[in-house]
Design a protein around this ligand. Sequence first.
Ligand code: SF4
Length: 466
Amino acid sequence: MRITEKGGAESRNCWDKESTRDDARAMRDRVKVPLTPSLVLTSGRLTLPGEPSTLNSKSWTGSHECLARAIRSGRWGEALSTFETQPVEGWVPVLLSLVREVRKPVVTFSRNVALSLSRLCRNACTYCNFRRVEVLKADDAIVNSAGLWNKTATIDQRPPERGLLLTPEEAISIAREGARVGCKEALIISGERPEARYESYNNVLKRYGCKSTVEYAASIARAITQEVNILPHTNVGVLGQDEVFELKEVNASLGLMIETSSFATCLEGGPHRYSPGKLPCLRYRTLFFAGKAKVPFTTGILVGIGETWRDRLESLFLIRDLHERYGHIQEVIIQGVKGSPDLEPDASFSDIMATVSLARLILPNEVAVQTAPNLIEGRYGEALNAGVDDWGGISPISSDEVNPEYPWPDVKILSEVTEKAGFRLRERLPVYPRLAREKEFVSSRIARIIESLGDDEGYARSYPFD
Ligand code: SF4
């Protein structure tokens, strides 16, 4: 099937939006989703298990034994007092020894190809390496200058973009090339809702008959499932409940970083001060909708945007709580932020790894803990010991779209290092083996592609790592 712009002879068949909506409506009728989640995080604090009433100052010494006991019995409020008052190097050995007791022998990765639909974004996070504004017409840029990140000098040095939006033809051609070299995942990403901010972008979207980036992403994913034997995974920002249903039909899984539970990051001086989509309640709500809709989901937290240890724990407990209710979280990414002039220095390796260990200890074992292997300076063994059990997407043909200056490691080398550390590396699909054959979690069109790309256990049918 060919894809054309709206108005082209084949446009109705190609976009097939009505049928996507019908599928979404039918699915929604089967699962009633309330309009608002039961728990909305605003500026309030969560109470962690073990605080404050159970913290007994007479028995709490902050020693390693005391910390290990508190974590083993889930008294995280007590453990937090150590994290907040002592240097990370002092208590991380306790976490490492506890992680050794719980971690799985298999480590996974996904062979993917990235499709960046648009690098415009309604948000302007101060640490962003993805967003571009130089593709805009001057008047759009001026109209929106209030929220523009003042890193213009750096932005101008980057190569110019080809356009405001990846065309359907380009998307299909990239996905095809990915499938040809063995990719099983088409990673569809975009800045969040640029249409809320940029008129010229809106005009381009309209040419394809779409009102929103989410609608466009769904159309691209649908076309990919029709034309290429590869599984879409979409992450285009916060979503409403109808949008989650629409995307589920044509995606193996969806993703959205919850990033942080810290409302303070959205206030004056915070890295999310120009980013309406970064309100923690909106991120949380998207994960909630995905849970109700039974969508295999990737989320994660950022380390190094001014958040505290309490914020990191709270974020992990929010994710755990949602997963316990809906079982949809497949993996949690722990990502250290790099390259922001506002947030110098970068998150330290110790902080990132300690957060990996906390995630491994707080989340159930069926939820993988992921960190990007290209951002840890080759310290793979330490990351595995800290609790990493998924290396995320590694592409043979596209660069890390968010951190292009950090190349992907060679999968063969990663496999050797992983095995040397005592683990087995396996290629997975964008939907994990646990959910790959669950009818509630995958649509029939996605199930057909899983059948052709997956093995008996639900991992990817993989050729030797070369
Ligand atoms: S939401 Fe993502 S793409 Fe948009 S400015 Fe923030 S980090 Fe960049």
